[in-house]
Design a protein around this ligand. Structure first.
Ligand code: GLU
Length: 484
């Protein structure tokens, strides 16, 4: 099997493109075949080198590797032209000198007259120029488009997803394959390239279904073997409409920035339109390669549900070992420059403990990095609602608790058990529940109403930083309450 992904470099790698690339890649890896890339850069106005980089970068991040050097469609221009002229020579195509405006006028007139022959209009107009005259005008350098002469009958194929597909050729107009300026049209370039690259299976979005009969006709006219085709179902937004910008982030890069793990993204994309035939949802890359098959690709559109992606991502984060997760968290933190500037150095031990404590509370690395803020940087504010509740409702009591905590922690050994004994002992001495100690302390240490377990927090921050934060909280409460 030789498969390919053929993105147009007019933007970033979006979710739909990534899904198409993934299905081709899975099939290639499963069959031991080749997965090739072709950059469809013939639209000079919209193609940009930075988009090529973004697309390749997105594929690399996902771990979708390719065989052979990527092919750039624009490099095949001479072959595209030669193929068009070959069809011209064989009589499978003809020169069309009709200026665009004239063609449009004639078409409007035919439509207004209710003529069913619109698809044959170009041929009729071209026939008004006798062959000898066409040759002469060509030789004189007059520009013309090359149109494919669609034969009678019908065109069909067995689609790998949709089964038998058949189009009446009478419905297909004589389409242009080479424009007046000598550039190929999409359908012509794709067929010329796919044949040249020896592509055996074309798997792409089902927005291309109407192109397929035209392409099959071109393969046949050029004398190439017709590849197998499979058209993937549309990806829908949660509202059931085709996925678009309205539904939020579509670029794979934005999920990378959000700290989604590539293994989660791959798993999620694989289930957009494919099912293993069971309820299983979490499948590693290797499992996907081993189990993927086109006969389980669904025909109907599949819904892109970000909540599910983040749920999956949480699962994958939970599966990573702490060292690996800590490494990725470090990278995420480092990429957030403003935070990196003011960051503290946590010991490796403390960093690992923090990673472990935050992992179950995070569905993405970005979320985790946000939650890590009070440990890798300063507490810049205290949550107002939590402060009202656990500090200012009874400022004297809060100061008393935190002063006691400071004394106890000042002399306790810095280990989970001894810290716990010290704080529970203090609560007992003060005759209050443990929560009345933990909540004011949590706020003092993190500025937040919620955090991992308080002993984890103490161990992550270390004795010195913990005591400093407690002292500062005491000052804050005292000054807020005013002089007694
Ligand atoms: N460049 C086309 C697209 O991005 C791909 C066409 C194909 O796969 O045949 O839709």
């Amino acid at each position: 099997m030789r498969l390919r992904f053929a993105p147009s470099p007019t933007g970033y790698l979006h979710v739909g493109g990534a899904r198409t690339a993934l299905f081709n890649w899975l099939l290639a890896r499963r069959s031991g075949g080749a997965f090739l890339l072709r950059i469809e850069d013939t639209d000079r106005n919209r193609s940009r080198p930075e988009h090529v980089e973004a697309i390749l970068g997105g594929l690399r991040w996902l771990g979708i590797d390719w065989n052979e050097e990527p092919v750039f469609q624009a490099d095949g221009l001479e072959r595209h032209r030669a193929d068009a002229l070959l069809l011209l020579e064989r009589g499978s195509a003809y020169r069309d000198f009709t200026p665009q405006e004239e063609f449009e006028r004639a078409r409007d007139a035919a439509v207004a007259a209710g003529s069913g022959a619109v698809t044959r209009l170009s041929r009729e107009l071209a026939a008004r120029v006798p062959a000898a005259e066409a040759e002469r005008r060509d030789a004189a350098g007059e520009p013309f488009a090359v149109r494919f002469r669609v034969p009678g009958g019908s065109t069909s194929w067995r689609d790998m997803v949709h089964g038998e597909k058949r189009f009446a050729n009478g419905e297909i107009e004589d389409f242009v394959i080479l424009r007046g300026d000598g550039t190929p049209t999409y359908n012509h370039a794709v067929v010329s390239d796919d044949a040249h690259m020896g592509i055996s299976h074309v798997i792409r979005g089902d927005d291309h279904i109407s192109n397929t009969p035209k392409q099959i006709l071109l393969y046949e006219a050029l004398g190439h073997e017709v590849p197998a085709f499979g058209h993937l179902p549309m990806i829908l937004g949660p509202d059931g409409k085709r996925l678009s910008k309205r539904h939020g982030a579509q670029s794979v890069g934005s999920y990378e920035e959000e700290g989604v793990l590539p293994e989660a993204m791959i798993n999620f994309l694989a289930l957009l339109g494919w099912s293993p035939g069971t309820d299983e949802e979490l499948m590693s890359r290797d499992e996907l390669v081993a189990r993927f098959a086109m006969d389980r690709v669904l025909r109907k559109g599949s819904v892109f549900d970000p909540a599910k992606l983040y749920w999956m991502n949480g699962k994958y984060m939970g599966r990573l070992d702490t060292r690996e997760l800590a490494e990725r968290l470090r990278r995420t933190l480092a990429s957030r420059t403003s935070r990196a500037e003011e960051s503290f150095e946590l010991s490796d031990d403390a960093f690992r403990r923090m990673t472990e404590a935050l992992a179950p509370r995070s569905r993405s690395l970005a979320e985790m990095a946000t939650l890590a803020a009070p440990y890798v940087g300063p507490v810049t504010s205290y949550d107002a609602k939590a402060a009202r509740k656990s500090w200012y409702r009874n400022p004297g009591g809060a100061v008393e608790v935190l002063t006691g905590v400071r004394t106890e922690l000042g002399r306790a050994a810095w280990q989970a058990e001894t810290l716990e004994q010290a704080l529970r002992g203090l609560a007992g001495d003060l005759g209050v529940g443990a929560g009345k100690v933990f909540q004011p302390l949590r706020l003092a240490l993190t500025g937040l109403p919620a955090s991992p377990g308080i002993f984890d927090v103490l161990l992550i921050l270390g004795r010195e930083r913990s005591l400093r934060r407690i002292a500062r909280a005491i000052d804050t409460i005292a000054s807020h309450a005013g002089p007694a």
